[in-house]
Design a protein around this ligand. Structure first.
Ligand code: GLC
Length: 444
């Protein structure tokens, strides 16, 4: 009996004290409340602004992968002017796209800070002709428009002399051989995090590069605490070795609904994060279909843009954001403040639901028209409306025997004249909260 008690107390002790993922020691309701705006936001705009835009080369990776020497890479500082930087225009465009938040690089893996860091001179105020802070005026403009402000911060700093990693096949030192040097790096990067937290109070922290070290090495739990102690409502992305609030699948669209509570697909508009000589722009149709897929699977899209060194945004990116915005304006009811749609198998396409699940939204790609089929819907459909267009459509239920629990198949007639140039949305008003049938048939 005594042993049993001891084991019981040990289990309780371990549950409370084990250094594990921070989520387990935080009240899930507090997290849910904090995450609500993020879950409702659906669309964010990512901005990779940095000196790599001067030559139009891979952000940071170009010197790491030895496509250019570190010295030549850093020379780009001399050409970074932000001459035509117009933070109000950036924020206005982001608002027009329908996005509810933006995330901007405060410092990428190259270690060049886009704000006035006091921790070193490697920043655009002291070491480039721009001589100005990129972040503060941008956040001000976002906040005027009620958009949330996210700070991207690279934990990796390949330019700092106390950081072990440098080029792809050579590092400066090993932590095991020089703990003091690593400690100096830790105080440096954590010092920058404190600065950013105090100066800009980001609503969201977007860490990157956590893969180079463990949670213990980064002191992820401490980093999380130092953010939340000054800024308790900050949302933190998952690239903190297990101490973030949400997952960030990159360029990768999951084929089934991810099991995470919150996630965000980050994606480039061409095939690069920063401004680059790359013309493989995604079309508005491609961006909208990817966006819809992410939302229907319960996630957000963080769509990237890479401004030029003078602060102007490439025309193709402006065009995509404007088209996306026009589509959102028309169809936003089916996107914002909704939740993930039907499980796979009921409808051959993406779907979302209103929070009370009395409205079901079906998304039809491209020129999908004719008779659409919906399986396993128990509810009666009271009305079908083409979102943003206004037509009401008829439907037919086949195969429903009155005394059987098996619902029939629903066929909806979609005429070509109601189609959106990109993605058409149908709103099905259901008799009550959604009920689905996924049984075997017969009397089951
Ligand atoms: C990767 C890259 C980085 C880019 C980021 C955006 O982690 O290291 O260059 O900023 O993805 O998600």
């Amino acid at each position: 009996m005594k042993n049993f008690r001891k084991i019981f107390l040990l289990i309780i002790f371990l549950t409370i004290n084990l250094p594990g993922k921070s989520q387990s020691i935080i009240d899930p309701k507090t997290i849910r409340d904090k995450m609500q705006w993020f879950a409702d936001a659906k669309l964010g705009i990512f901005i990779h602004a940095g000196i790599y835009s001067v030559n139009g080369i891979d952000e940071s990776w170009s010197f790491y992968n030895k496509k250019i020497s570190h010295q030549d890479y850093m020379r780009q500082l001399n050409g970074f002017t932000l001459r035509n930087y117009d933070p109000a225009a950036w924020a206005g465009l982001i608002q027009e796209s329908g996005a509810r938040y933006a995330v901007i690089t405060t410092k990428h893996h190259d270690g060049v800070a886009m704000y006035d860091t006091r921790m070193n001179d490697r920043n655009i105020l002291k070491s480039s002709p721009a001589k100005r802070d990129l972040i503060q005026p941008f956040f001000e403009e976002l906040r005027k428009r009620n958009l949330k402000c996210g700070a991207y911060f690279s934990l990796i700093d390949w330019s700092d002399n106390n950081y072990p990693g440098f080029l792809k096949d050579s590092s400066r030192y090993k932590i095991a051989n020089d703990h003091d040097r690593w400690n100096r790096y830790r105080s440096f990067f954590q010092g920058q995090i404190k600065e950013i937290n105090a100066m800009f109070k980001p609503d969201l922290w977007w860490f990157d590069g956590d893969w180079e070290h463990s949670a213990e090495e980064w002191e992820s739990q401490k980093v999380r605490q130092l953010i939340l102690s000054g800024n308790p409502k900050a949302v933190i992305n998952g690239r903190l070795q297990g101490y973030g609030d949400y997952e960030t699948p990159e360029q990768n669209f999951p084929v089934e609904k991810p099991k995470f509570n919150w996630w965000e697909l980050c994606m480039t508009t061409n095939d690069n994060w920063g401004f680059h000589h790359d013309d493989n722009w995604k079309t508005p149709y491609e961006v909208i279909t990817i966006f819809v897929d992410a939302v229907s699977n319960g996630g957000n899209l963080l769509l990237d843009m890479g401004p030029k060194e003078d602060g102007t945004i490439p025309e193709q990116q402006i065009n995509v954001l404007k088209e996306l915005g026009a589509w959102n304006k028309k169809n936003g009811e089916a996107i914002f403040n909704t939740v993930a749609g039907l499980p796979q198998g009921h409808f051959y396409g993406p779907t979302t639901l209103s929070k009370d699940s009395t409205n079901l939204f079906l998304f039809l790609h491209g020129k999908t028209s004719g008779k659409l089929m919906l399986k396993g819907l128990i509810n009666k459909i009271e009305d079908i409306e083409v979102v943003g267009e206004g037509s009401h459509l008829s439907h037919k239920v086949v195969g429903k025997i009155s005394w059987s629990p098996v619902p029939g198949l629903v066929y909806i007639d979609v005429p070509e004249r109601v189609l959106d140039p990109y993605v058409t949305v149908l709103k099905l008003k259901l008799s009550k909260a959604l009920r689905l049938y996924r049984g075997q048939g017969g009397l089951n």
